[in-house]
Design a protein around this ligand. Structure first.
Ligand code: FE2
Length: 381
């Protein structure tokens, strides 16, 4: 693949943002992980999750200090990066946080304007606007800080036709990759320290013009032992949804506290990726070794009463241990992986929406009890 057909082939179906949007964002551009061994992680994402390798940079391409692998499945683009030396900022990040999300990159029409607007409104600059060029054109980018050591990078790529961005070469998977039907990033969740949720909600409202969509308090999200609070913010066109969690007081250590302890601070907790056939997607992921949280069969005894009729075969839903919830707009199917690195930090959600715009509130209790069983096994509850 020498041409970048990413946005050309997968133009967003929903209409352009309204002119009143004070901070226009087209969608998620990429998600970059800093990891201990990007080369091996890239194989995991290709084999297990069905992402195709599309681009690479590293010593062989003249980049001396790091290697980055760009993986793509439909509209989802992941960048996996490792450093070559121990003192490198990337190595320091991995030392502190383990493998984790460094950049939630946002696709904009004007990166410099987005950056300047954000900084004027109080965002802290991370990387000033820069233009990178190669034979395929140019990409403009700039970064601001968000919670923890996480960044938002604004990417402007309307004048670029290459595989990812200048500095990267096209590279194809060396193995046969079979996509599992993952389509786009539905939402990205951040865990922040106790008392910080409202600060970060205000950040997204004030700096990037996001709206508060939903609030969950500890009455919505608590089990016998642990509790958390969550607020969901969304950008003008609704493509970007960022739930922000903070721990609430419970009898024992909440999953959010456990995350913050092991991540050594705030960071991305999970990335929800959408499919339009969750039975196929989860069946494939399970076959390929992706591990999921387990809910007991008793969950399925009452699910029919709670959500009513759905199009999918409920026996298959139960066999694959998929969760179901309904809101006023429709229903959704979802499932959560176990953490995808040794530290109990980042994990994935696989979600299929059939009208529902919410986040599976009806599943919170079953889900958190499943997480607590994992916490108990880890000795952290
Ligand atoms: Fe989620």
């Amino acid at each position: 693949m020498t041409k970048n057909n990413y946005h050309a082939n997968h133009s967003y179906k929903r209409s352009k943002p309204p002119v009143t949007d004070s901070f226009p964002i087209n969608g998620t551009d990429y998600i970059e992980f800093y990891c201990g061994n990007a080369k091996q992680s890239a194989i995991y994402y290709q084999n297990a999750f069905g992402y195709k390798l599309v681009a690479y940079c590293g010593p062989e391409t003249g980049v001396r200090d790091r290697a980055s692998y760009v993986l793509q499945q439909d509209k989802i683009r992941l960048v996996l990066t490792s450093a070559m030396s121990p003192e490198h900022e990337i190595s320091q990040h991995v030392l502190r946080h383990g493998d984790g999300v460094k950049v939630l990159a946002l696709w904009v029409d004007d990166a410099e304007k987005a950056y300047n607007t954000a900084v004027e409104r109080g965002a802290i600059s991370a990387i000033a606007p820069e233009t990178r060029k190669d034979e395929y054109g140019e990409v403009k980018m700039a970064s601001i800080r968000t919670y923890g050591d996480t960044l938002h990078t604004f990417v402007e790529r309307s004048n670029y036709q290459g595989p990812f961005m200048p500095g990267y070469i096209a590279r194809e998977s060396a193995i046969e990759v079979k996509p599992v039907g993952l389509k786009f990033v539905d939402h990205c969740v951040g865990n922040v320290e106790l008392g910080d949720m409202n600060k970060w909600v205000k950040f997204y409202q004030d700096v990037m013009g996001f709206k508060l969509l939903i609030t969950f308090d500890d009455k919505d999200i608590s089990t016998e032992y642990t509790a958390l609070m969550s607020k969901v913010v969304s950008n003008g066109n609704g493509f970007i949804k960022f739930p922000i969690n903070e721990p609430a007081k419970g009898k024992k250590k909440s999953q959010i506290e456990e995350y913050i302890e092991f991540y050594h601070g705030a960071g991305v907790q999970h990335i929800a990726v959408a499919t339009d056939n969750i039975i196929h997607t989860v069946g494939e992921l399970r076959k390929r070794g992706v591990e999921f949280l387990h809910v007991p069969d008793t969950y399925y005894e009452t699910v029919g009463e709670r959500v009513g009729k759905i199009a999918e075969d409920m026996n298959e839903i139960q066999r694959l241990n998929i969760l179901v919830d309904r809101d006023e707009d429709g229903y959704l199917l979802q499932i959560f992986t176990k953490p995808v690195q040794d530290r109990p930090t980042v994990f994935y959600e696989i979600i299929q929406r059939a009208g529902a715009k919410s986040f599976g509130k009806g599943n919170f209790k079953a889900l958190f009890e499943a997480i607590e069983r994992e916490q108990a096994v880890r000795g952290t509850l």
